[in-house]
Design a protein around this ligand. Structure first.
Ligand SMILES: NC(=O)c1ccc[n+]([C@@H]2O[C@H](COP(=O)([O-])OP(=O)(O)OC[C@H]3O[C@@H](n4cnc5c(N)ncnc54)[C@H](OP(=O)(O)O)[C@@H]3O)[C@@H](O)[C@H]2O)c1
Length: 445
């Protein structure tokens, strides 16, 4: 592995030299174990500790299938899906691996008693399987996390519609929180040259998701002047949605839960910010009943900020806790666009407000190939910046996931994989200098 790392750090290693480096038999990877799926039985969700379930293992390198690439991972990032995997909620991800394993001779490789997690990476291509022509050993890349088979016509227009659509490193094995990873070669995209490895690794999943959810015609199709209510505006998804709303000439109303988070979204350029903790919204009176008066109080606050306007778009992901309020505050004809249910997936809302006001609830999930590419292009052009706040080592991945689970983080939490330190991998210092303030905005907060 040291030889691989030395070749990457040299910065000028020829492709044929990368191709001729002998591969080790095994590699370090962050995993969960099938034996452990019941370890948190009886423990409340919030008390389930990813540090107990995430292991750092030495695992064998699987055989490369046609169309795949083996990547040396310099850095990765924590996504909420790794939190879900590590606490075995809402279901154990081994079920996904078993189902995938039944599909084909090659997919069988994924059905193992351990799951290598992680849905982001920045690194260098080491090997490619048969049929891969565009990507070569030595290419510096990031990977998006859409894994599709595309054998059915269902996905030929919008690759998210493929019946075999999966999220790499969550519903497939051999993910990015490791020294090596296996991806389908069409997940690869050029690494933005002005970013370090950990910066380049961090936007992938959330940036692409926010792009489809908010900007794409497959999502909310945001336009100039739209009022966009963004829950968790300084979090993983929200920190990108806020940047996209501002770039696109929309008017974000950012919801956060502390003065520090309020400051950071203001520094991005957002003028309208609601601190939900300071306002003390209690949308649920008890386990079964919501409080429409609290929806009204929240709606009034939004109008105060916007000069009387209601949101054209509500960027939803907290789910059960906020969904009733989200439906209530959206403007007549507005869209509630949802991609998740962090606080619970059995939503409840008052349908009268939806139908009488012709509002739409629309779903969104990750991004298709094209959307992921377009989202990465925004990063590459310096139009959207990574939001890395803190970086951990691969050994500390459990703690990194705990930070995200406990909502103690801002923006994205990075993880160094092969990269021995932060700040490496920048190939275009001039371009970086142009964007340095944006790149570092979330650092250390
Ligand atoms: N479908 C997809 O493709 C997709 C892609 C990415 C993520 N997701 C899902 O989307 C969710 C968010 O992901 P993320 O990366 O943005 O996570 P994140 O970094 O933890 O950010 C989420 C933010 O939401 C806010 N929040 C959490 N619980 C809340 C509640 N009960 N009420 C109001 N606000 C709440 C928090 O911000 P404040 O405390 O500051 O308000 C938190 O920082 C996760 O469930 C994740 O699995 C889905």
């Amino acid at each position: 592995m040291q030889q691989i790392l030395d070749a990457i750090l040299a910065g000028d290693t020829a492709p044929e030299d990368f191709a001729s480096i002998a591969l080790p038999e095994s590699y370090k990877a962050v995993t969960v174990h099938k034996d452990d799926v019941d370890m948190f039985e009886g423990v409340a969700s919030r008390d389930k500790d990813p540090r107990k379930s995430l292991q750092l293992d030495e695992v064998p390198i699987p055989e490369l299938a046609p169309g795949e690439a083996l990547v040396a991972v310099m850095a990765s990032a924590i996504n909420y899906n790794t939190v879900w995997t590590s606490i075995f909620e809402p279901v154990s991800t081994f079920g996904f691996l078993e189902r995938y394993g039944r599909l084909s001779e090659y997919s069988k490789r994924h059905d193992l008693p351990y799951h290598v997690v992680g849905s982001d990476l920045a690194g260098v291509v080491l090997r490619t399987g048969p049929g891969v022509n565009l990507w070569k050993p030595g290419h510096e890349v990031v990977a998006h996390c859409l894994s599709v088979e595309l054998e059915s016509p269902d996905g030929h227009d919008d690759t998210m519609m493929d019946p075999q659509q999966r999220i790499w490193g969550f519903e497939t094995n051999f993910g990015g929180l490791a020294h090596l990873a296996i991806v389908k070669a069409n997940q690869l995209m050029p690494k933005p040259d002005h970013l370090s490895w950990e910066e380049a690794a961090s936007p992938g999943l959330v940036n692409s998701t926010a792009y489809r959810q908010l900007v794409s015609k497959n999502g909310a199709n945001m336009k100039q002047g739209d009022v966009v209510l963004i829950w968790g505006a300084s979090g993983g998804l929200g920190s990108y949605a806020t940047q996209m709303a501002l770039n696109g000439g929309a008017i974000p109303v950012c919801v956060v839960s502390s003065p520090e988070k309020a400051d950071i979204v203001r520094s991005l350029g957002a003028e309208h910010v609601i601190d939900r903790s300071a306002e003390g919204y209690t949308f649920w009176k008890d386990e079964h009943n919501q409080d429409p008066k609290e929806w009204q109080r929240f709606g009034k606050k939004i109008r105060e900020l916007t000069g009387g306007e209601d949101p054209d778009i509500v960027f939803e992901h907290p789910g059960r806790e906020t969904f009733g309020a989200s439906v209530y505050v959206a403007r007549k004809g507005g869209t509630i666009i949802t991609c998740a249910s962090t606080s619970g997936y059995m939503h409840q809302y008052d349908n009268r407000y939806l139908w009488m006001n012709l509002k739409n609830i629309k779903s969104s999930h990750f991004a298709n190939y094209r959307e992921a590419w377009e989202a990465n292009r925004l990063i590459e052009k310096g139009l959207i910046h990574p939001t890395v706040s803190k970086v951990y080592s691969l050994e500390e991945t459990g703690q990194a996931a705990l930070d995200v689970h406990q909502n103690k983080h801002q923006g994205k939490v990075g993880v160094l994989c092969l990269s021995p330190e932060e700040g490496l991998g920048v190939r275009n210092e001039e371009k970086r200098a142009l964007h340095i303030e944006g790149i570092n905005r979330f650092r250390g907060v």
